[in-house]
Each structure stands twice: as structure tokens, then as C-alpha cells.
Design a protein. Structure first.
Length: 285
């Protein structure tokens, strides 16, 4: 909560009985658009607070994701170079593209489970649009990963992989943003109702990295792992990123269709469950 104390909370007032703060799950866009400006303001505050009392200042907030990605690249292309030796820069770009799809998602999942509890003072203000908190969680994470995205795109371009498929990258980013937003809305409520969810998500984030086509593709793994890769919703976003950067191996039309379908399911379900769960916030906090 501390990072948002300077934003003046709206005065408490009772909500009218039967008021509909969330639309039907089939039409979430007007509802979300009304929270965007407030979420952007909170995003700027949180990004600045990430650099507070740090010697590198704001640079550290943007450098951290890039350092993590470079660490994984070093481990799997230098320490364990079996695939990188045979596939060269193709493997490295595949891995970096996959990490860009997974690392922001993993960070959002972890933060979402505690986002409402960490901002309980704002949540208890009846007039405050509570949905702004998970939206801000997603926005902040995507903003801090922007330099990492630029680095990978430039690296792929230097290696000669970037082509017209790069035009699909904004689509991939948008779908991933909305997909993770749906998850964040759900987990922000679930993290309050069931505290064990936080431990489960922590374990999932650790194991999930190896259940995605980041370090290997379906054709090079055993049948069981191949089934896991195709059954993992995150795989289609990884493949979308890889295809956008010119190193994709999956069928692009099917990948885009699956990513779009999963995004609609995640966002509409997350909004619907948040609508039901927010009625219990007073008892949970």
C-alpha cells in the first residue's frame, strides 16, 4: 500500500443496491477502459518507487529482467551448449523469445496473489475501483520488460531473423497482456480467499518454466513431455513470440487462433470471478 499512499483515496460512499460495476463477461471492454487512466497513473508511481533508495535508480527496475534473461542464455548456450552448438543463434533467439513470454507472466502470477492484501487501505474505500490494482500489477510488469523486448528484437534483427512476421509482435504482446490480466484478476481474489494459492503459484512458476517450449521443442522431447507442451496454454504464447521473431516452428494460424481463444477465456472468466469475489473483500481483508 505504501507506494500508493500519495494518491488521494476517494471518499467512502455506499454503493447503490443492484449496481453493476462489472459488465457481462461477454462485453468486458467498456468496463476495463474506464480503469485504464487510473491504472496508468498508479503504474508511473510504482515504477518510480521501484528505484527509490537504490544506487542505480530507475535503471535497476528495467535492467533486472534483462539480467535474468542473459543469465538463462549463458546457462543454456554456454554451460550446456548441446542444442546451441547445433542450432546456433536460432536456439538462442527461440529461448529469449520464450523467456519474454514466460518471465513477465510468472512475475504477474506471483504479485497478483498478494496485490489486494498489500493495498488493503485502498480496497476498503467503497468508491475505489478495486480492479485497478491487478490492472496496475500487469502494466508495471510489462513496462519494466520493455527494454528486454527491444534488446531481443535488435539481436534477432542483427542475426538476420527479423522479417515481416515482426508485424505480429504487437498482436502477441496485446494478447499476452489481456491473457495475464484475466489471470491476475482471478488470482487477486483467490490469493485472499485461499492463502495456499500463493504457495501453489510459487511452485507452479518454478516448474512451469520447464513445461513450455522455451529450451526444447515438441519434436525433440519424449511423448509425455510433448503432451504437456501442447496441453499447456502458455505454450501458444511462446510459439507466437517465437514466430513473430522469425524462429517459429509451429503452424502460425493455429497458434494465433489458440492464443486468441485462450485470451478471451482468461479475460472474461477473470472478470466474472472478480465480480463475484469482490463482494467478499470486506470479510477477507
Amino acid at each position: 500500500m505504501s507506494r500508493w499512499r500519495r494518491v488521494k483515496a476517494a471518499p467512502s460512499r455506499p454503493r447503490a443496491r443492484g449496481s453493476r460495476l462489472l459488465p457481462l463477461a461477454s462485453n468486458p471492454w467498456p468496463y476495463l477502459s474506464g480503469r485504464i487512466s487510473l491504472a496508468i497513473a498508479f503504474t508511473g508511481i510504482e515504477v518510480r518507487d521501484k528505484s527509490r533508495n537504490k544506487s542505480l535508480g530507475l535503471l535497476w527496475a528495467f535492467a533486472y529482467p534483462l539480467i535474468v534473461m542473459l543469465f538463462f542464455t549463458l546457462i543454456f548456450s554456454v554451460v550446456f551448449p548441446s542444442r546451441s552448438t547445433s542450432q546456433g543463434s536460432t536456439y538462442v533467439i527461440q529461448m529469449l523469445a520464450g523467456l519474454l513470454a514466460w518471465l513477465p507472466t510468472a512475475e504477474i502470477l506471483n504479485k497478483a496473489t498478494v496485490s489486494l492484501e498489500n493495498n488493503r487501505v485502498l480496497v476498503k474505500q467503497l468508491a475505489f475501483p478495486t480492479e485497478t490494482i491487478p490492472v496496475t500489477t500487469v502494466l508495471v510488469t510489462f513496462v519494466t520488460y520493455t527494454p528486454a523486448v527491444i534488446f531481443v528484437v535488435v539481436f534477432a534483427w542483427v542475426q538476420g531473423f527479423v522479417g515481416l512476421t515482426l508485424l505480429l509482435l504487437p498482436v502477441a504482446v496485446t494478447l499476452q497482456f489481456l491473457f495475464t490480466l484475466g489471470l491476475a484478476l482471478f488470482l487477486s481474489i483467490a490469493g485472499l480467499a485461499l492463502r495456499d494459492v500463493r504457495e501453489v503459484i510459487g511452485l507452479f512458476v518454478l516448474v512451469g518454466l520447464f513445461c513450455l517450449p522455451i529450451f526444447y521443442q515438441p519434436e525433440s522431447v519424449p511423448s509425455l513431455l510433448k503432451l504437456i507442451l501442447y496441453g499447456n496454454p502458455g505454450s501458444y504464447f511462446v510459439w507466437f513470440w517465437q514466430y513473430s521473431l522469425g524462429v517459429g516452428q509451429s503452424t502460425p494460424s493455429f497458434t494465433v487462433a489458440m492464443a486468441s481463444l485462450l485470451t478471451v477465456i482468461s479475460l472474461t472468466t477473470g472478470l466474472a470471478l472478480f465480480k463475484r469475489g469482490r463482494r467478499l473483500l470486506g470479510d477477507l481483508l
